[in-house]
Design a protein around this ligand. Structure first.
Ligand code: UDP
Length: 480
């Protein structure tokens, strides 16, 4: 190969924001880490191209080479928004993973036409391992969640397979609360592994991941060190822990929303560490009844709050409520600049659904967390927050320590519970104080991880070195 030419790395992010944002930032950071050696190309749907454009422009303005390569997403009647996943229907979350396969023909055609030196593809695009073999290039899996949730999911699926093998009836499986070996804090809700399709899909994703060149994970070693070590041993040929990938400097740029509200100005009028930031990510959503309880609970908590409500949410607080909380509570409709909000000194706690990015961003910003998981591995991430790294507490607990969004009526968290949890967390001597000590230390370690010679900095450079070497020696180069 031509050693003077830059390494051309293609990034294939999944459509949802929680995947798109960190992978876009990764593409920019990789190009920035070694500008004379690396150029990045991000392959996205046209709708997502518009969302990432400001972030990419900022990188190119700094002289780094980052391209956007849009491809047409097939219209297969999955409804509007599937190609950028700005909102998901509440009961059909796994549908989106099936939708991932629809990108296969376009992705394969682009990779064959452009023949990059390496491809970093989202975990859900399992087929990229095969096309990478065909082209003789390394395929890296990008994981938007950490080592702890991934290992826990492996165990969950193993437990499930065991139950199925022993002839467990579907009805039994539904009742089951799964005890996961090595999982702190007891059992997990079984809906994470209930679906046969999902089980088969997980097997396919893992097989593709394990035969690929390696895995890039958005985490830093000090957040979940024992699990990172275990992950290196069992779940990847090569693992690069390069997080936190997204940095507050990027959040000034509008990245993926309906328009940032001017909430930072309001935050600056509030006392230090006083505001509860309330946000449940980019696409999970509440019933109208739950929205009402949440609104009344935040009102009754008597704490200042900043609440992000998505435009598609029903049961949004009414005018009378807005008048009552005026001055103390601010509602952002659409999208908040989350990294900048978390970095603001007035923010004292984060009420979150425990999406991995949000958990990582809270830890990196040093903000204690109140957990309210809704779907997917958010229930596992909650364990990391409350039991392992211990920088937060649950907003609500049914006593057994397990909740499921699948029993919706039973699971509406009443306003009094919200108010009690929020006020109790924030009060003097409350659980926040212990969490704060832990999370400040984590934030320090996150900063150190990405600083020169930190663990994530070294993994980022090792990744580039390994890819440069693979260009000359081929993707089967010995493990470093
Ligand atoms: N985010 C944001 N503003 C919002 C909502 C979300 O900037 O109003 C960002 C947040 O900082 C994070 C991502 O969107 O980077 C959400 O990812 P996460 O894994 O927390 O949740 P998901 O959206 O995947 O459920």
């Amino acid at each position: 190969g031509d050693r003077k030419k830059k390494l051309r790395v293609f990034f294939l992010p999944f459509f949802a924001r929680g995947h798109l944002i960190p992978q876009t930032d990764l593409a920019c950071r990789l190009a920035a880490a070694r500008p004379s050696d690396v150029e990045s190309t991000i392959v996205v749907t046209p709708a997502n191209a518009l969302l990432i454009e400001p972030t990419v422009s900022r990188a190119t303005a700094s002289g780094h080479v980052v391209h956007i390569l849009p491809y047409p997403f097939p219209d297969v009647g999955l409804g509007p928004g599937i190609e950028c996943l700005s909102a998901a229907p509440a009961r059909d979350e796994w549908r989106v993973y099936r939708a991932a396969d629809l990108a296969q023909p376009a992705h394969e055609a682009l990779l064959r036409a452009h023949r990059p030196d390496a491809v970093v593809a989202d975990v859900s695009f399992w087929w990229t391992t095969d096309v990478a073999v065909e082209l003789g290039i390394p395929r890296l899996t990008f994981h938007p969640v950490g080592a702890f949730p991934q290992l826990a999911m492996n165990n969950l699926f193993a437990v499930r397979a065991d139950i199925v093998a022993r002839g467990g009836r579907e009805a039994d499986r539904r009742q089951l609360r799964v005890a996961v070996p090595g999982m702190p804090g007891g059992k997990l809700p079984d809906f994470l592994v209930r679906d046969d399709h999902l089980s088969a899909l997980w097997g396919r994703l893992k097989a593709a991941q394990l035969t690929g060149f390696g895995v890039v994970v958005n985490t830093f070693a000090d957040l979940e060190r024992a699990y990172c070590d275990e992950y290196r041993r069992v779940d990847a040929r090569r693992a690069y822990f390069v997080g936190p990938i997204s940095q507050p400097s990027l959040s000034a740029v509008r990245r993926g929303g309906d328009g940032d509200a001017d909430c930072l100005g309001w935050l600056s009028t509030q006392p230090s560490r006083s505001v509860v930031y309330v946000c449940f990510g980019s696409w999970a959503h509440f019933s109208a009844a739950q929205m009402t309880e949440l609104a009344l609970g935040l009102e009754a908590s008597n704490q200042p709050f900043l609440w992000v409500v998505r435009s598609s949410d029903a049961g949004v607080p009414d005018e009378a409520w807005e008048r009552r909380v005026a001055g103390r509570g601010v509602v952002v409709r659409g999208w908040a600049p989350q990294l900048a909000v978390l970095a603001h000194p007035s923010v004292g706690a984060f009420l979150t659904h425990c999406g991995w990015n949000s958990v990582l961003e809270a830890a990196s910003a040093g903000v204690p967390v109140l957990t309210w998981p809704l779907v997917f591995e958010q229930f596992i991430n909650e364990r990391l927050v409350t039991e392992v790294a211990a920088f937060g507490a649950r907003v609500w607990d049914d006593g057994a320590g397990v909740r499921s969004v699948r029993r919706e009526e039973a699971d509406t968290v009443p306003a009094e519970a919200v108010a009690r949890a929020v006020a109790g967390f924030m009060e003097r001597g409350g659980r926040r104080e212990k969490a704060e000590v832990k999370v400040k230390e984590l934030a320090e370690r996150a900063r150190a991880a990405v600083a020169e010679n930190g663990s994530s900095w070294r993994d980022m450079h090792r990744l580039i070195d390994d890819l440069v070497q693979a260009r000359t020696s081929g993707p089967n180069v010995a493990l470093s």
